[in-house]
Ligand binder design. Structure first.
Ligand SMILES: [Fe+2]
Length: 197
């Protein structure tokens, strides 16, 4: 599998971003997730660092599909951004291994049972990180949010959000915290100036 370079991925974001503001929001978030994953990678072993880098930079490309023709963001179907990103990358000829970073990073993973129980607007399937690289991208993503304005999210704050989706999500976050450790958000907060919640 050929893994795209940072320059190629940035160009892909430019291609799909409907506005400069959308690009700045989404691509900066992806870079921040990469920086957090880099920190966690330094403590892990056996992961493909280049694959993690590309996964971080690509994971949210489907968000651009949620902007209307007027350039405004429509968050109603936000849950679909993962599968939309998977579709974009597949259409661009990317391998399934890369496409899955999009469809399998949302929340703490979306199971077939979640889709049914919550009536989610997704094809009935499991959207769950499986490889170490997919797990790390999903986990690192939880520490920054594309809110207005964007914020960094501490582990305890994320847990208060995710608990309403089920205790299994809390358990999964705890498992990944044990596996990858808790990132020190101080350097990324300082570098990007977004508030830590
Ligand atoms: Fe993300």
């Amino acid at each position: 599998m050929r893994i795209p370079s940072d320059v190629e991925i940035r160009a892909l974001h430019m291609k799909y971003a409907p506005t400069r503001a959308a690009f700045d929001l989404v691509f900066t978030h992806c870079e921040i997730v990469r920086e957090i994953a880099d920190q966690l990678l330094a403590r892990a072993s056996g992961l493909d660092a280049d694959l993690v880098r590309a996964g971080c930079l690509l994971h949210d490309i489907g968000v651009y599909r949620l902007y209307g023709p007027d350039g405004r963001f429509d968050g109603a179907d936000y849950i679909r951004h993962g599968v939309l990103g998977h579709e974009i990358l597949a259409a661009e000829g990317f391998t399934e291994e890369l496409c899955r970073f999009c469809s399998c990073h949302t929340g703490m993973g979306i199971t077939r049972a979640d889709v049914e129980r919550q009536g989610l607007p997704l094809p009935l399937a499991d959207y769950v990180a499986q490889t170490d690289e997919e797990e790390l991208v999903m986990y690192a993503d939880k520490f920054h949010s594309k809110t207005t304005p964007p914020t960094f999210v501490s582990g305890p704050t994320f847990l208060t959000h995710v608990r309403r989706f089920g205790e299994d999500k809390v358990t999964e976050f705890a498992r990944l915290t044990e596996k990858f450790g808790t990132p020190d958000l101080t350097p990324v907060v300082t570098a990007h100036g977004h508030t830590l919640t």
